[in-house]
Ligand binder design. Structure first.
Ligand SMILES: [Zn+2]
Ligand SMILES: [Zn+2]
Length: 390
């Protein structure tokens, strides 16, 4: 393992930042304390700071030499709206908020790299340290782009890094092309005619309609999507009804749909609308469909991933970098950025976890052992992408 010595020397300090963020989690667009600490530290190292992009986003800009190439490194700062069930000293002090995805660690790692790069300046060009709000659920990364991230801070490429429990510590995983799915949400409101449950023939029973609809929606993936394309349609909630002897008037289904290509995404949405409408019509009911495309799928640029792979190999060794990792049906709003400029998003292994303590589990714990590995990766990536002229 070739962790940068200078970064290893402040491992304890990076850990202290991480645990402080962990103890004070902030959710979507409310990362004020976190953003202020990030901005203060960046300024302290002589880095230009722009605050307030997408409300609480922070961009630090560091220039060295005369090169005109610019790249962006992105970390997310938000916590999840969930209760932490850990009991260590730095556990969340805010009820109902928890860094259950390790964004506290991502923020600390990028800060560590920023400090090292500001001190050593062993590169030629411009690096933008992008600290974004609201990665979970509400696409803060998309808002950063909308609010002019790439106009204010033009860059040739953008990079993302996410911790991955159950991937061995000191391993990196990545792939060129599709890596994470799009995340679409849908809601279907079914309306029939409520009636006494003992006289069902006087109404239109939308509970039966909903049951048929949930099953029919499963044919989108099994029968209307090529077996060679990946897609998911999950109905995740059904709400309606209030009494054992009343057939309700209205009922709502909600769920998520995922895939990797715009073509499959279009087909899934069209099929979902058609099946919902036709299933309802079959019984004389109606279905109103809302379909929202939340996060686009994430596609890694092959050339940029090749650079990431070389950098990761130089740090953890050839055998510890999986360059053909399987894609996942999760999503990350980094895709809003990598849809605009060539991008590469990689996983850093944080080792085995007990009893399902994966990302978003209430007992998830970020492994501080990966902080200097991640920070070294960021630093070496900058030195590789913005090499100093000999
Ligand atoms: Zn997450
Ligand atoms: Zn995350």
């Amino acid at each position: 393992m070739h962790i940068i010595n200078r970064i290893a020397a402040f491992h304890e300090e990076i850990t202290a930042w991480r645990r402080d963020f962990h103890a004070h989690p902030e959710t979507a667009f409310e990362e004020r304390r976190t953003a202020a600490l990030v901005a203060e530290r960046l300024r302290g190292w002589g880095i230009d700071v722009h605050e307030g992009l997408a409300k609480t986003g922070v961009v630090g800009t560091l220039r060295r030499g005369s090169g005109n190439r610019a790249i962006g490194l992105r970390a997310d700062m938000d916590a999840l709206p969930m209760e932490e069930l850990n009991h260590f000293a730095h556990r969340s002090t805010v009820p109902g908020k928890f860094h259950g995805c390790g964004h506290d660690g991502h923020t600390a790692m990028l800060l560590g790299a920023a400090r090292y790069l500001a001190e050593t300046g062993n590169f030629d060009g411009t690096v933008h340290f992008v600290f974004q709000p609201a990665e979970e659920n509400v696409a803060g990364g998309g808002v950063m782009v909308q609010d002019g991230l790439f106009d204010k801070f033009p860059m040739h490429a953008v990079y993302g890094l996410h911790n991955r429990p159950n991937l061995p510590l000191g391993e990196f995983a990545m792939r060129a092309g599709p890596a994470l799915a799009n995340a679409d949400n849908f809601g279907i409101t079914i309306r029939g005619r409520g009636t006494h449950a003992g006289w069902p023939h006087l109404g239109i029973d939308i509970v039966v309609v909903a049951a048929q609809m949930v099953l029919a929606l499963q044919s989108i993936v099994s029968r209307q999507t090529s077996p060679l394309d990946a897609a998911v349609v999950s109905v995740t909630s059904i709400h309606g009804g209030s009494s054992d002897n009343v057939i309700p008037d209205e009922l709502r289904l909600r769920g998520t749909a995922r895939s990797f290509s715009p073509e499959v995404q279009d087909r899934v949405e069209a099929s979902l609308r058609q099946i919902a409408g036709a299933t309802a019509a079959m019984f004389g009911a109606t279905a109103e469909v809302e379909y929202e495309r939340r996060y686009p799928s994430l596609h890694n640029d092959p050339d940029r991933i090749a650079v990431c792979a070389e950098v990761a190999k130089a740090i953890v060794g050839e055998d510890h970098v999986d360059v053909d990792h399987e894609p996942g049906m999760g999503s990350d709003d980094f895709s809003f950025m990598s849809n605009r400029v060539p991008g590469a998003y990689v996983w850093i292994g944080s080792g085995p976890v007990e009893a399902g303590r994966f990302l978003h589990n209430p007992r998830y714990d970020f492994n501080d052992g990966i902080l200097p590995i991640g920070a070294s990766y960021w630093a070496r990536l900058v030195e590789s992408e913005l090499p100093r002229k000999a």
